[in-house]
Write a protein that binds this ligand. Structure first.
Ligand code: F6R
Length: 243
């Protein structure tokens, strides 16, 4: 894992977007794995800016999102479909038929997970997967204890994750209790992984990732076994790591 320390959220976002832009510029058919949550919003803003300045087109880009809440329709304002539309897709020239997100309202969720795996396989391999870091070490919605060999699956969200995400909802009761998430093995098959970490509240999790052991109790620790991981972390997030 290569750690790139930056000053703040803005620098993290710019650096991250330049990694994506470089890939989009050089590859004829780039496949991106995308994340939601607070962390990548600045990166998306930076990508939109590049598009508006006409330095990039997304017409040839295919995307796969990490996860979606179970029970929220695509149009629901808190669905990750809506998040991606609002934060990125509607602002750029990406083909909506090339943006993939699991359907959390599918009649058969197991079949939906299998379908998602097939769609990823058909696309070849994810060239670059963007990840945020959960306070408990989750990546995607793979909560502690998830098998490292997991593929896309339905997961029960931990109370701490629901609490952390309640800020996007009117009340905790409205936060779904389940999600569909790419599995850890699915994520780890990406060629390059870009983990973004910002803010003091992530400092403990980042220190555990960098100093701790590889264990299913801390899902992000699997990244230590991947040959090509870049962590972009700001000063506040590096506070407990030390050097
Ligand atoms: C989002 C996702 C999650 C988040 C993580 C951090 O698609 O899969 O793993 O990346 O919960 O969330 P934020 O960025 O809101 O701190």
């Amino acid at each position: 894992m290569k750690l790139v320390k930056v000053k703040d959220y803005q620098e993290m976002s710019q650096k991250a977007s330049s990694v994506l832009l470089e890939l989009i510029a050089k590859k004829a058919d780039p496949v991106l794995g995308l994340a939601t949550g607070s962390t990548p919003i600045g990166m998306y803003q930076s990508l939109i800016k590049a598009y508006e300045q006409e330095t990039v087109s997304f017409k040839h880009v295919k995307t796969f999102n990490l996860d979606e809440y179970v029970g929220l329709a695509c149009q629901h304002p808190n669905s990750y479909h809506s998040f991606m539309n609002e934060k990125l897709f509607k602002h750029i020239d990406i083909d909506s038929g090339q943006t993939f997100i699991p359907d959390g309202t599918a009649d058969d969720l197991v079949v939906e997970c299998q379908k998602y795996e097939v769609q990823i396989r058909k696309a070849g391999q994810i060239d670059l997967q963007v990840l945020g870091l959960g306070l408990n070490g989750h990546i995607g919605f793979n909560e502690p204890g998830t098998s490292f060999s997991s593929r896309t699956h339905v997961i029960n969200l931990m109370e701490s994750t629901r609490l952390a995400n309640a800020r996007f909802f009117d009340s905790l009761d409205e936060v779904p209790t389940q999600a569909i998430t790419m599995g850890i093995n699915t994520i780890i098959e990406s060629k390059l992984i870009l983990l973004l970490v910002s803010g003091e509240k992530k400092a403990k999790a980042l220190a555990r990732l960098l100093n701790g052991e590889v264990s299913e109790e801390f899902p992000a620790s699997i990244l230590k076994r991947h040959p090509n991981v870049i962590i972009i972390a700001d000063e506040a997030a590096c506070r407990e790591y030390g050097n």
